[in-house]
Design a protein around this ligand. Structure first.
Ligand SMILES: Cc1cc2nc3c(=O)[nH]c(=O)nc-3n(C[C@H](O)[C@H](O)[C@H](O)COP(=O)(O)O)c2cc1C
Length: 183
């Protein structure tokens, strides 16, 4: 249990106690379970129900395909691709970009909400997650072999697996310090 305060509210507890997990056990996470977690995550608020997302899921031997795409951009001597084949499952979350700025902003927000939903739902089933963003996610040499088109933005890589180590909580600034109150 983290240092986060325990309340009697399950949703609040789930939000406060989820931790970013970077060390996973080797055990695979069932693909069917990941899909079911996504089926929960897609209940994220999204304007006009545009559902502006798609997912690339890498498990088992499929993780080599992701490692090869990283190598194509970074060269074979890089720490990411070796590491990524040790992570039980990795999912790229992709935003289907709208050229209109206001729609793009809404859709980016919606996909971010989906990712948080996914991480919370996973945590509630003892699956740890790590939201990873790296410069190579923007590189054509990385994107092309994975079929990620122009007009698609990778929101992040979500590493997942059963936690080997759960880090302690990093405290947050009390909200009252960030609130400008009008009453
Ligand atoms: C958009 C986004 C990108 C992130 N990218 C990274 C990353 O590349 N490397 C990393 O160590 N953590 C990354 N994180 C995780 C944060 O560092 C982590 O959420 C933060 O330290 C708080 O820890 P907690 O999630 O356990 O509360 C990212 C989080 C978000 C929301």
């Amino acid at each position: 249990m983290s240092k986060a305060t325990k309340t009697t509210n399950e949703v609040r507890n789930a939000i406060q106690n989820r931790r970013t997990v970077k060390k996973f056990k080797k055990e695979a996470v069932p693909t069917q379970q990941i899909i079911e977690l996504l089926d929960t995550a897609v209940w994220a608020p999204n304007h006009k129900l545009r559902e502006p997302w798609r997912f690339l899921l890498f498990t088992g031997n499929g993780r080599k395909k992701l490692a090869e795409a990283i190598d194509a951009e970074m060269g074979e001597d890089n720490k990411f691709s070796a590491n990524i084949t040790q992570v039980p499952a990795v999912m790229l979350v992709v935003l289907e970009e709208d050229p209109r700025q206001n729609i793009w902003d809404e859709d980016f927000a919606a996909v971010s909400a989906l990712v948080q939903n996914f991480m919370l739902a996973a945590w509630s089933e003892d699956i740890g997650t790590f939201w990873v963003t790296k410069p190579f996610l923007y590189a054509p040499k990385f994107r092309k072999p994975l079929g990620i088109e122009a007009g698609e933005k990778i929101i992040g890589m979500i590493y997942m697996g059963y936690p080997d180590v759960i880090p302690s909580a990093k405290e947050r600034t009390p909200a009252k310090d960030k609130v400008t109150l009008f009453e």
